[in-house]
Design a protein around this ligand. Sequence first.
Ligand code: DP6
Length: 361
Amino acid sequence: MDSNRFISTSISEKEKYEGTVAWQSPSNIALIKYWGKFGVQMPKNPSLSFALSEAHSKTSIAFQSKKSSTAKHHFLFEGKENPAFEKKVIRFIEDLDAIFPFLKQLDLEIASENSFPHSAGIASSASSMSALALCLCSIEQHLIGNLQDENEFFTKASYVARLGSGSACRSVYQGFSVWGEFSELIESSNAYAVPFTFEVHPLFLQLRDSILIVSDKEKKVSSRAGHALMHGHPYAEARIAQSKQNLSWLAAALQQGDTDRFIEVVENEALSLHALMMSSKPWYSLLHPNTLIILDKIRDFREKSGLFICFTLDAGPNVHVLYSTDDEQEVKSFIEKELIEYCVNQNIIHDKMGDGPKRIV
Ligand code: DP6
């Protein structure tokens, strides 16, 4: 990849600039898991996810030419000061200096909020970092006008989001997207995500994802630390090969409407992710006893009912139950009868495949 492709320019010191941009951007759930990185936020293996609908972040940035010699960047989370989040966001923006040189010429008021409670145990980095990246690209387009082309705009937003959080780069598209080099999709890249351009069978275009909140506690080990444990992991090479094979099988299953293959690959990816954590040195596990009870119950229900239903997990104990809109009633009643008792405060977030990010302002 041409590393200068995403580098922007400064703006005139003499002119006065002012404006506001805002984006709503979704969370995503990976079916093929990104686990392990190299260099600057490059993935060791390709991943595939789909954008959610209900779980999203809204971020706005009001910008104006700086009033004093150094630009002021301020951040509010859900309308309030949040020093920990502010530090992370400001640091991220400072690190983007080479890509967006104009940012140090602007005072920025950044405000962000999530549609889901911070304590819901849902990772917010994908939605928040993608919303922020989209806002920064809209400012660039407003000031410099070089991101007119839609494809170039979203590719750059994905590139920038990746630098904030790997999984965030897949959130700038609707439907399925792929991040990381995948030989069957020539446009795929380690530097940004691309839409999954093959024609997807209608069955998989109406996927539902009911997120069973088994625990809402902060994770013991962050994803960042988990990725780092893949360096020197005894199964690292095998994992890379497995993810590529699984992605190839899943890509075919998505096109053919092959639900059996979909289930086999998606559950294998979820369990392999957690197996990698358990076989890291030092080992750790993010699973909760209730997670395992739920997984067993989903398998039993699938065998008895014959319905298309399966699970995936992210780096945590919560279970994402995947099924088709056609079976919504049966699956929801199964969840109510058999699974809800294993959720903390009976907490479930019913989500589905979404339309991707939306510009609000
Ligand atoms: C298990 O994207 O949260 O959800 O790049 O360090 O921010 P950083 O990690 P992050 O890792 C997510 C890992 C995963 C799988 C996935 O989303 O592909």
